[in-house]
Design a protein. Structure first.
Length: 125
C-alpha cells in the first residue's frame, strides 16, 4: 500500500480540535508542539492522552519510511484514543467544529483498514 494514505491519516490527526473552559481552544498539532517546545521534562507530556497520540503519530511517521501495515495500524489505534474522545465530546456538546475535526481521521483510518484488509485477502501463499 502506498505511503499517501498513512500520511493523510497523520496530517488529519493534527487537526483534532479542542475547546475547554475560559474560551480556550486549540488543535492537537499546535498543542503538542507547545508541549514539546516546553521541554521533555514537562510532566504534562507524560499524560496518557498526550503520550499515546504522540506515539501514534511517531509510528505513522516511521511507517512513511519503513512501510509496514502493523506500524500504521498501531499508529491508528494509539491516535484513536484521543480522536474518538474528541468525537464523543463534540457529539455530546453538539459542537460541529469539534465533530468535523475528528471525522477526517476516522474516515481515512477506516478506509485504510478496509483497503489493507482487502489487499491481505488477495495475497496468495
Amino acid at each position: 500500500m502506498n505511503k499517501f494514505l498513512p500520511l493523510l491519516i497523520l496530517l488529519s490527526s493534527l487537526f483534532g480540535y479542542f475547546e475547554w473552559g475560559g474560551g480556550n481552544s486549540g488543535y492537537l498539532g499546535s498543542l503538542e508542539y507547545d508541549l514539546i517546545r516546553k521541554g521533555m521534562s514537562s510532566s504534562e507530556l507524560f499524560h496518557p492522552f498526550i503520550l499515546l497520540p504522540l506515539c501514534g503519530q511517531i509510528l505513522l511517521l516511521v511507517s512513511l519510511f519503513y512501510p509496514k501495515r502493523a506500524l500504521v495500524i498501531a499508529g491508528i489505534l494509539l491516535l484513536s484514543v484521543i480522536m474518538l474522545m474528541i468525537l464523543l465530546v463534540g457529539i455530546l456538546s453538539l459542537n460541529f467544529k469539534i465533530i468535523l475535526s475528528a471525522l477526517p481521521f476516522i474516515v481515512l483510518s477506516v478506509f485504510y483498514i478496509i483497503k489493507s484488509r482487502n489487499k491481505m485477502d488477495h495475497v496468495s501463499y
